[in-house]
Design a protein around this ligand. Sequence first.
Ligand SMILES: C[S@@+](CC[C@H](N)C(=O)[O-])C[C@H]1O[C@@H](n2cnc3c(N)ncnc32)[C@H](O)[C@@H]1O
Length: 367
Amino acid sequence: MPETREIKTHGHSVPVRVDPEPEREGRPALWPTVGEYPIYDEFLYSTMTTDHERSERFLAALAELAPGRRVLDIGTGEDLLWARESVKAGAEHAVAVEVIEGAFDKAADTLTALDRRDRITLLRGESTTLRFAPRAEICVAEIIGSMAGAEGAAAVLADARASHLVPRGRVVPHRAVTLAAAVRLADLLPGQPVAFAEASLPYLESVFDWNGGPFDIRLRVENPHTDALLCDGRPVEVLDFNGELRTEQRTTTRLDITRASHVDGVLTWLNLWCLPGEEPLDALRTKTNWASIYFPLFDRPLPVAPGDVLELSVETALSDDGIHPDYHLAGTLHTTDGHQHHGSLASPHHAGPFKAHPAYQALFPTA
Ligand SMILES: C[S@@+](CC[C@H](N)C(=O)[O-])C[C@H]1O[C@@H](n2cnc3c(N)ncnc32)[C@H](O)[C@@H]1O
């Protein structure tokens, strides 16, 4: 049974629907998204450093690209991770950049204790405002979200290519794509309440505090029940970090429903290539810290049958910080009996409305 808890933000109490059942390995869990906000802590950094699938791919790319080269690690985090690994792989030098003060301080402590510390320069600040020379030959940046571009990878890496990399410099990762499929939220969490995991509440509070109040934060679904997908996944956001990198884009795609059920929104998830030509990391089917993001579209679950089509458009536009994208989704369900149903969702990075959609009204009940 879900319970209602109160979190405090900016002097206000916000009731939140919570699943009191403790999280277990493999059990679905609903969290707010956290990666696109400056609220990282030791726990979040450790979920990334212990992500073997992720590490394997980044390390393979660095083994191929770093030897003898100057590397720039954007968003090095408190562990100075990819800067250290680049030097270990034979990089001539690495510049590591981190914007969060606490993480930078810990990275500075880590650096002091390293043998090869003269081969790493650590800088505090945003890569988009820092300027340094000489230019790097390789840029490694794990600023990829569960919705691939949500952490600002397009704007940050477009700037890195223009300002920090030599003309033929290479970026790791190589490519990120967000896929989407039609779903009903309740089916992603079978036998469980549609409610936030209890452990996620401090993060919800931190993001709301950072934002200056509550808003309809994106919904992160960990270990979603994949049988809930009503169609194949289709790309809705494409980021080619070594090619034509668009900071804003709009895609329209057709989701062909393959079985009878209900739909109320879409689930999105990441496919990531660190090197060209490799099999992508598929976040939906891999044990990784990247989860999937559910976006509500319709006010209530609508019945669907094979042959129905959800026409989905996803627009990515930079928010007023010029880095993090706002997403806007619109869907039209075309049923085989000739009916059409429209639904949409504005999902800004910050400063958006609160409880604008029934899915959020259920998650944040009125006291
Ligand atoms: C997802 S974490 C990755 C941390 C570490 N590199 C790893 O892979 O485990 C992203 C980090 O990048 C930092 N960050 C994001 N954009 C940045 C930017 N433009 N300049 C500097 N740091 C940035 C965040 O503060 C955060 O510490």
